[in-house]
Design a protein around this ligand. Structure first.
Ligand SMILES: N=c1c2ncn([C@@H]3O[C@H](COP(=O)(O)OP(=O)(O)OP(=O)(O)O)[C@@H](O)[C@H]3O)c2ncn1[C@@H]1O[C@H](COP(=O)(O)O)[C@@H](O)[C@H]1O
Length: 109
């Protein structure tokens, strides 16, 4: 079984690409293009994920979610963050019902 360690290894690879040659690395090329280009890819992959979910092909859906996760990880790496930061946030939320959490928010005027 594949474990979440793949996310940590991928995060390390992404961080190492900050100094890599854009002509030999897709990730280095995205870093070189900057945040706008990365956000555009995240948006495209989110849309492709929605379309894949609607077409009912489960393997296609998994492939598109992998593209989405990968590009959101590039986005995090571009901000000096990693999958570990997101995993820590999910761990912090573990066991807290979304309904209870929402009800505990301060009331806005
Ligand atoms: N997981 C991935 C991964 N998933 C998707 N992609 C690439 O993401 C790109 C965008 O996918 P699209 O389907 O949108 O293709 P496209 O429309 O041609 O893309 P654009 O040219 O428009 O950006 C493709 O080139 C995919 O190959 C990935 N590229 C790299 N990785 C990982 O990142 C590591 C570092 O990659 P490099 O920096 O290229 O060495 C690799 O070893 C892998 O572990």
């Amino acid at each position: 079984m594949v474990s979440a360690e793949i996310l940590e290894r991928l995060s390390a690879t992404l961080a190492s690409r900050r100094e890599a040659d854009p002509s030999t690395s897709y990730v280095a090329k995205l870093f070189h293009k900057g945040q706008e280009a990365i956000l555009k890819k995240v948006g495209e992959e989110a849309l492709e994920t929605i379309l894949a979910a609607k077409d009912g092909d489960r393997r296609h859906l998994v492939s598109e979610v992998a593209d989405l996760w990968f590009h959101t990880m590039v986005l995090l790496a571009n901000e000096g963050l990693s999958a570990e930061d997101v995993l820590a946030e999910l761990a912090r939320r573990e066991g807290i019902s979304g309904i209870d959490e929402k009800a505990s928010r301060p009331v806005k005027d």
